[in-house]
Ligand binder design. Structure first.
Ligand SMILES: [Zn+2]
Length: 364
């Protein structure tokens, strides 16, 4: 189930990543370092104990599966966030991910971030965003990795709180009127989706659209009402026009009209295969991904929360799809092209990346 060895072909492939939660890239090493620096006591006596805590397979959803004493993924994720205090901490988190991108030949990415998980701990929203903005700028100049970030509403919090967070974050967006600091260019959703359908956040999406921002919609896999959530993402939100992208959305396969809707509206899916592989057998999961591709749904491959998912990053996710879907090298180039097409990068960057992908040597 865990990571495969990365082949030279996958390693060398130029890549983009459109579905990664920045706090889900916080490595145990950086978490340990920030805990020491900020004098935060972790519930682990040694660094080795901390490392061991990541080896658990989390209880996906207590609401769905019952509480068997194991932490859920989200509990582990938000526990990790406790060490992020100063602007420098957020900067280091962003830079660590962008540096890793450079190592994996990821040229462009659109990381998700939120402020609500931090303001509730007493961290001011500008502290979070100033750190990320600096990382966005330095990541581009130092590592050559371009990024446009995505502001998320936490969907298990009230809409009113999310709207306040958006209002506070708005000066950091790249607004249609040419104003704004340029950190983020889209909004999306994060956190627990249980009984939190996309339309609950319609007001937030409308405000973002008015500001000229893009809208992407997180539709968790095999969550309660998963197919209904995908339906709302395609046909319900943004005045019925639908989101521009869906994150995950694998349950579109549950109903034929959802697959038709995705194709008709040109909505692509940002898939994170290893996230599903933790809970679905190889022979069940990968034929589903292949079916989506064969049906003509546009999909791209991403990592989601790599440090909480057995350290499988975007290259490892691409490797899994290549191996288990038995794809050709040209199929893999096509998957990355899909990501470029689905991205909201500047046109010039998209054209350059497409040209580079055209020139990748494929032997099968
Ligand atoms: Zn996600």
């Amino acid at each position: 189930m865990n990571g495969l060895e990365i082949s030279p072909f996958i390693k060398a492939l130029p890549k983009v990543e459109l579905h990664v939660h920045i706090e889900g890239t916080l490595t145990p090493a950086l978490r340990w370092k920030l805990a020491q620096r900020n004098h935060i006591k972790l519930p682990y006596a040694t660094y080795e104990d901390l490392l061991d805590s990541y080896k658990v397979t989390y209880n996906h959803r207590k609401e769905v599966n019952g509480d068997d004493g194991r932490p859920t993924f989200l509990e582990a994720y938000f526990a990790g966030c406790q060490v992020l205090i100063t602007e420098d901490d957020f900067y280091e988190l962003g830079m660590a991910y962008l540096s890793r991108c450079a190592d994996m030949n990821v040229r462009y990415c659109e990381p998700f971030f939120d402020t609500q998980a931090h303001t509730e701990r007493g961290i001011a929203a500008p502290t979070v965003m100033a750190g990320y903005l600096r990382a966005q700028q330095d990541g581009a100049t130092r590592f050559g990795v371009q990024s446009n970030w995505i502001f998320c509403f936490l969907r298990d919090r009230p809409l009113s709180e999310g709207l306040e967070a958006y209002a506070a974050a708005r000066p950091w967006a790249r607004l249609a009127n040419g104003k704004g600091l340029g950190l983020f260019h889209a909004v999306g959703l994060a956190a627990n989706e249980f009984e939190k359908p996309p339309l609950l956040f319609e007001e937030g999406f409308r405000l973002a659209r008015q500001d000229g921002l893009h809208v992407t919609l997180h539709c968790d896999v095999d969550q309660k009402d998963a197919a209904d959530h995908v339906h709302e993402a395609i046909f319900g939100v943004c005045y019925g026009n639908g989101a521009e992208r869906i994150d995950h959305g694998l349950n579109a396969l549950d109903r034929p009209e959802l697959v038709v809707g995705l194709k008709k509206r040109g909505i692509g899916l940002t898939l994170c295969p290893h996230a599903y592989h933790r809970r679905q057998a190889t022979e069940v999961l990968f034929p589903k991904i292949k079916r989506l591709m064969d049906e003509g749904v546009v999909v791209c491959i991403n990592s989601d929360d790599p440090t909480y998912m057995h350290d499988v990053w975007v290259d490892g996710n691409l490797q899994k799809v290549w191996t288990y879907c038995e794809l050709s090298q040209s199929d893999m180039v096509q998957l990355v092209k899909n990501g470029v097409r689905m991205s909201w990068a500047e046109e010039e960057l998209k054209t350059d990346l497409m040209k580079e992908l055209e020139s990748v040597d494929v032997f099968c």
